[in-house]
Design a protein around this ligand. Structure first.
Ligand code: PLP
Length: 395
C-alpha cells in the first residue's frame, strides 16, 4: 500500500494527466491537426543553434571522464563562476561561484531550497494563481503552503493581503514573475513595496523571511517589459533559475540557485543546500548540460515566435468576446471563464477540440489557462473554434 500522502497527491494530480490522455485520444480520433491542445507548457521553439554546437564541441573535445563524472554536489566550479560573471554583468550584482548551486531544473532548485529552509509546520506564502506543484514541493518538507488570494482585475500581487498573512511562522514567500499561469510581470514598484513589507515583518517578529524568486520565464518577455532582479531589492532573496524555457531544454533538467552573501545565514544555507541536492537523490545537476549551458549563457530562443503567438491569440480571443489578461511574459494566457465553473467550460471547449487547463489547478477558479507554446498554425486554426465556443455562451 502506498503512503497516505502519496495517495492524496496522486489522486489530485490525475485531472491534468487525464486531460493529456484525452488529448492523445482526440488526436488519434480526429487527426492531430484538428485538435488544439493549449494544455502543456512544453516549449515548441527549438533550442538555439549554440546548444547543439556546444554539445558537439564538448563531446568531441573533452576527456569523457571530465564530461560524465561526478563533481562537487554544487556543480562544476568553472560553470558556477561563468554564471556568476554573467549575472554580475547583466544585473550589476556581486556574486561569485560560491553563491551559485547547479540544480536539476527549477523544480530541483525549489525542492533543494525548501528542504534546506523548512521545519515542519513552517509557512510558505505565495500568490494565487500559482504553479500547482508548489503545493507538493512545500508538503515534501512538511511545510504549509498558504496562498494570498488573487486580485482578478490585474493579477498583480495583493500586497495588503500578503502583509496580513505573514506570521512568526512564515519562513518564505515564493514569487514567480513572469508568471505561470497569468503571464503578468511584477513591476519594480511592486517589488520595492513587497521588500519593505518583508523587512518590516522580519523586524517585527525577529525572524528571517526568505523571498524565493522562481524565475524560469525571466528571458521570455515582450514589449521590453522590465523584470527586476530581486536580490537587488531584498537581502533575503534566493533565486531559482532554469534553462528549461529560456533555452528550450526542459527534458535536460538544468538550472541553478543563487544564494547571495547578503542573505541571513548565507554560509550555512549554501553548505546545507549542497547537501540537500545530494541527499534528495539529485546528487548533482546533469554534468554534460552544466558544461553546455556555460557555453550558451548569451544564447536566446526565438522569443519573436512566442510573441507572434501571443498577439494573435490575445487579439483573436478578445475579438471573439472573451476577457483575458494581456500577457507580458512567459507563454501563457489567462482567460476568464464565461461561467463560474470553469471545469464545465473546459469540458464544453473540448466539443470544439480545444484543450484548456482549469484555473482551479492554479488555485484560481473561474479562469482557464492557455499555453501558447504551440505552432502559429495551431493558433490561427483554433481561432474560428474559439469564436464558435464564444457564440455558445452568447459573448
Ligand atoms: N516553476 C514554474 C512557475 C514553472 O512553470 C515550471 C515549469 O513549468 C517550473 C517551476 C519547473 O521548471 P523546470 O522544468 O525547470 O523544473
Amino acid at each position: 500500500m502506498i503512503s497516505e500522502k502519496m495517495m492524496q497527491i496522486t489522486e489530485n494530480s490525475s485531472a491534468i494527466r487525464a486531460m493529456f490522455e484525452e488529448g492523445k485520444q482526440m488526436a488519434a480520433q480526429f487527426g492531430a491537426e484538428n485538435v488544439y491542445d493549449f494544455s502543456l507548457g512544453n516549449p515548441n521553439v527549438p533550442a538555439p543553434a549554440e546548444v547543439k554546437a556546444a554539445i558537439e564541441e564538448i563531446i568531441r573535445g573533452e576527456d569523457p571522464l571530465m564530461v560524465h563524472g561526478y563533481m562537487s554536489n554544487s556543480g562544476y566550479e568553472d560553470v558556477r563562476a561563468a554564471i556568476a560573471a554573467c549575472l554580475n554583468k547583466r544585473f550589476a550584482t556581486g556574486f561569485s561561484e560560491e553563491n551559485i548551486l547547479m540544480t536539476v531544473g527549477a523544480a530541483g532548485g525549489l525542492n533543494v531550497i525548501l528542504k534546506t529552509l523548512l521545519n515542519p509546520g513552517d509557512e510558505v506564502l505565495t500568490f494565487a494563481p500559482y504553479f500547482g506543484e508548489y503545493r507538493a514541493y512545500v508538503s515534501n518538507y512538511d511545510g504549509v503552503l498558504k496562498a494570498v488570494e488573487p486580485d482578478t482585475a490585474t493579477f498583480q500581487p495583493n500586497l495588503e493581503k500578503l502583509a496580513q498573512m505573514i506570521t512568526p511562522k512564515t519562513k518564505a514567500v515564493i514569487v514567480n514573475t513572469p508568471n505561470n499561469p497569468t503571464g503578468v510581470v511584477y513591476p519594480e514598484d511592486t517589488i520595492v513595496r513587497m521588500a519593505k513589507i518583508l523587512r518590516d515583518k522580519e523586524e517585527k517578529f525577529g525572524i528571517s523571511i526568505y523571498l524565493i524568486s522562481d524565475e524560469p520565464y525571466r528571458e521570455l518577455v515582450y514589449d521590453d517589459a522590465f523584470v527586476p532582479y530581486l536580490t537587488k531589492y531584498y537581502h533575503n532573496t534566493i533565486v531559482g533559475y532554469s534553462f528549461s524555457k529560456s533555452l528550450s531544454l526542459p527534458g535536460e533538467r538544468i538550472g541553478y540557485l543563487v544564494i547571495p552573501d547578503e542573505a541571513d545565514d548565507s554560509e550555512t544555507i549554501i553548505k546545507a543546500a549542497s547537501v540537500a541536492n545530494r541527499i534528495l537523490g539529485y546528487v548533482n545537476a546533469p554534468s554534460l548540460f552544466q558544461r553546455v549551458i556555460a557555453k550558451c549563457l548569451d544564447a536566446k530562443v526565438d522569443v519573436a515566435y512566442y510573441n507572434r503567438n501571443r498577439e494573435t491569440l490575445y487579439e483573436g480571443l478578445t475579438k471573439a468576446g472573451f476577457s483575458c489578461i494581456r500577457p507580458e511574459g512567459a507563454f501563457y494566457l489567462f482567460m476568464k471563464s464565461p461561467i463560474a465553473d470553469e471545469s464545465v467550460f473546459c469540458e464544453t471547449a473540448k466539443k470544439y477540440h480545444l484543450l484548456l487547463v482549469p484555473g482551479s489547478s492554479f488555485a484560481c477558479p473561474g479562469f482557464v489557462r492557455l499555453a501558447y507554446c504551440v505552432t502559429y498554425e495551431t493558433i490561427v486554426n483554433a481561432l474560428p473554434h474559439f469564436a464558435e465556443l464564444a457564440r455558445e455562451y452568447n459573448l
